[in-house]
Design a protein around this ligand. Structure first.
Ligand code: GLN
Length: 237
């Protein structure tokens, strides 16, 4: 049995719950809606849903959950979707950065609402090799989604693994003009990343929980959560 928490302060937490219940998993999953530290303490992993990142951060601060989640993600897997992806990032840049407190489990820089107003919300088929039935595209739902504007792992951070990219033709043309930094020869390079992993954690800038496709939930449990459980139980006391 594995216990997965869903941060349930604001946003699409109920949809994640429905999806986890139906995900085709070998293990039984117990779902905990996390609203206070006691809830978090029961969990082997955590999902931070989409919604409004400033609101979620504020409510997490009020619930006394920010520090406990920062501790949690040092040893346990966390998956952030959309607003949750913003909170999991190490820094937020751009005009709409909002000043929210971050959890910072993944060493990227992200821009809120980064696709710009002309494509504020859109849907796009995504190729994701690591999912089961990989030749069937995953339906990506992007709602005022953030854009990954830089990967900045330090030498001691786990490597960042790119799980899926979106077609560059969907990016606003304004984003092609300014190079990100000296090493980044293609300024759009990181901006097309819509799903990535670092260490135990998973980040998607779109909303798998708003589809009927459980493959990302199944992937999170199989690839991020279960390996940490077996390594913990097999490590010497
Ligand atoms: N734009 C939202 C934010 O900045 C995220 C949108 C979403 O989660 N769908 O928090």
């Amino acid at each position: 049995i594995v216990t997965i928490g869903i941060l349930a302060l604001q946003g699409a937490f109920a949809e994640h719950q429905v999806m986890l219940q139906k995900a085709s998993l070998k293990r039984r999953v117990v779902i905990v809606l996390v609203r206070q530290q006691e809830d978090l303490d029961k969990c082997d992993a955590l999902i931070i849903p989409g919604g409004e990142s400033t609101t979620i951060a504020l409510l997490a601060r009020l619930a006394g959950l920010l520090e406990p989640i920062r501790e949690f993600l040092k040893t346990k897997p966390v998956w952030g979707t959309c607003a949750g992806a913003i909170l999991l990032s190490r820094s937020v840049e751009g005009a709409k950065k909002g000043g929210q407190e971050l959890l910072g489990g993944i060493s990227i820089t992200i821009e809120r609402n980064g696709f710009g107003s002309q494509v504020e919300s859109f849907e796009a088929p995504l190729e994701v090799e690591s999912l089961r039935e990989a030749n069937r595209p995953f339906h990506g739902i992007f709602i005022r989604a953030p854009v990954v504007i830089g990967l900045n792992p330090s030498p001691t951070d786990p490597p960042i693994q790119i799980i899926s990219r979106i077609s560059a033709s969907l990016l606003p043309t304004s984003q092609t003009a300014v190079p990100l930094d000296e090493d980044d020869t293609d300024p759009r390079d990181s901006r097309t990343i819509v799903a990535l992993r670092q260490g135990l954690h998973l980040l998607t800038t779109f909303h798998p929980e708003l589809t009927k496709d459980d493959r990302f939930h199944e992937y999170f449990v199989r690839e991020c959560v279960l390996p940490t459980l077996s390594s913990r139980s097999s490590s010497p006391a």
